[in-house]
Design a binder for this molecule. Structure first.
Ligand code: S6P
Ligand code: ZN
Length: 204
């Protein structure tokens, strides 16, 4: 029963879990994640900020064991779209996960890999979000301060980023008239193309 990993100390303000590894994801690691490719290139030309960090604890691995991570996403946007995590499916598709909001305001975007059905669930202090099996999940900071959360998952869950990299999520969370709204990715792209065509026509 005595185990060196039974207790950890996490700091939701810095994203650090004492003595545990932290992964940093910068803007350059998020190529193809944002809906507006021009806005992404413009942002990247201006710098390569850290978008989020994840510190993790892996006390034991095997059937019945749990791992957990402390994530912090910075506030900000690329174009209209709020800063986000890459998003993934679990390599072991049956693995569910629990997210607990610690500080800040945001959403979890969940998308069923078979039906494509998606839902955006608010993530904030005092809320717990259950990520079911077979659900791609992405976390989004829609606030003005860092969003921090804990995610607890089966040790054997693993990450499958490939499926998301190939098709991305069907929905995007953007700022519209000062508020976060969830819109269909294709619809957003079509609307932008239509708007830029109108602009070009008006210039000519
Ligand atoms: C792991 C869990 C989280 C994410 C973290 C970063 O199953 O869902 O710890 O790894 O939120 O997201 P991503 O998509 O870059 O792994
Ligand atoms: Zn996960």
């Amino acid at each position: 029963m005595i185990h060196t990993e039974l207790l950890s100390f996490f700091d939701q303000n810095t994203g650090v879990i004492k003595g545990r590894p932290t992964v940093e994801r910068r803007l350059s690691d998020l190529r193809s994640s944002f809906v507006d490719e021009n806005a992404y290139e413009t942002a990247l030309n201006a710098g390569d900020p850290i978008i989020y960090t994840v510190a993790s604890v892996e006390p034991a691995t095997g059937p019945g064991q749990l791992h957990y991570g402390l994530g912090i996403i910075m506030p900000g946007k690329v174009g209209d779209e709020y800063y986000l995590t890459k998003g993934h499916l679990h390599a072991w598709r049956e693995a569910a996960e629990l997210y607990f909001g610690l500080s800040g305001q945001g959403f979890m975007l969940l998308e069923d890999e078979h039906s494509g059905q998606s839902i955006a669930i608010p993530l904030a202090p005092g809320s717990a979000v259950y990520v079911p099996a077979h659900a791609a999940h992405r976390t989004i900071n829609t606030g003005t301060v860092p969003l921090s959360y804990l995610g607890v998952y089966p040790s054997e869950a693993g990450h499958d980023y490939g499926a998301i990299a190939n098709r991305n999520f069907g929905s995007v969370v953007i700022e519209h008239e000062g508020k976060p709204v969830v819109v269909d990715r294709r619809q957003y792209l079509n609307d932008r193309t239509a708007a830029s065509n109108t602009e070009t026509a008006e210039k000519n």
